[in-house]
Design a protein around this ligand. Structure first.
Ligand SMILES: C[S@@+](CC[C@H](N)C(=O)[O-])C[C@H]1O[C@@H](n2cnc3c(N)ncnc32)[C@H](O)[C@@H]1O
Length: 193
């Protein structure tokens, strides 16, 4: 599995909002869900998306969207505003879960599962020099970036990698990584993702 962890400094932790952008920029979380998990027709079944939400009133919350389980979910913002409202109110939704968990605990779990962890930053080692296996965790900051202290913590477990000097939106980073992993799977493992 490939996993993306988005750290959202302000993403709201309760479901009572009319727009995603007014809920601590949950629109960034929604956009990353799209590029992490959706292909033109179908889902990426080998991807799990995580967001750590640090906004009010009940941080930190861990939102997980599991590509193995998603069904009948469309890509439009209206649908995802409803879905995120529901799950943040504690209702169940296929493939999506919410729990109280911090960034640090989630990363420690991934390390204990022995999954290679990569921390995305403009100033890291070029992603083109990285060798991937069938599993990897990619850690990204939100529209403001990863707080220094969180980045330092993540780098205890992972390696800093870069997509180049250009600073991209988090959703674009995930799209680019999925594109590179698609090519990597074809050229190195002879499979189509
Ligand atoms: C909109 S960017 C944040 C930009 C912010 N000014 C910063 O310095 O982090 C959101 C996240 O995307 C990732 N990112 C953006 N451009 C990148 C690049 N060229 N290489 C690797 N990661 C990148 C980083 O994880 C960043 O925290």
């Amino acid at each position: 599995m490939y996993e993306f962890i988005l750290y959202s400094r302000k993403g709201h932790t309760s479901g009572n909002f009319s727009t995603l952008s007014s809920a601590g920029r949950l629109d960034t979380v929604y956009q990353c869900i799209l590029t992490a998990l959706f292909k033109s027709y179908g889902y990426r079944r080998d991807v799990i998306f995580h967001a750590i939400l640090e906004g009010p009133p009940n941080p930190p919350l861990h939102l997980q969207v599991d590509g193995r389980k998603l069904e009948r979910t469309t890509v439009d913002e209206v649908t995802w505003t409803r879905v995120l409202n529901l799950v943040l109110k504690g209702q169940k939704y296929l493939g999506i879960s919410i729990e109280k968990k911090s960034f640090e605990v989630l990363l420690k779990e991934k390390q204990q599962e022995s999954i290679p962890i990569f921390v995305l930053h403009e100033k890291g080692k070029s992603i083109m020099e990285v060798e991937f296996g069938p599993e990897a965790v990619f850690v990204l900051g939100d529209n403001i970036g990863l707080p220094k202290q969180k980045e330092k913590f993540a780098l205890r477990f992972g390696e800093k990698i870069s997509l180049g000097k250009q600073s991209y939106l988090a959703l674009s980073c995930i799209d680019i990584i999925n594109f590179l992993l698609d090519n990597y799977a074809r050229t190195h493992f002879g499979i189509s993702r």
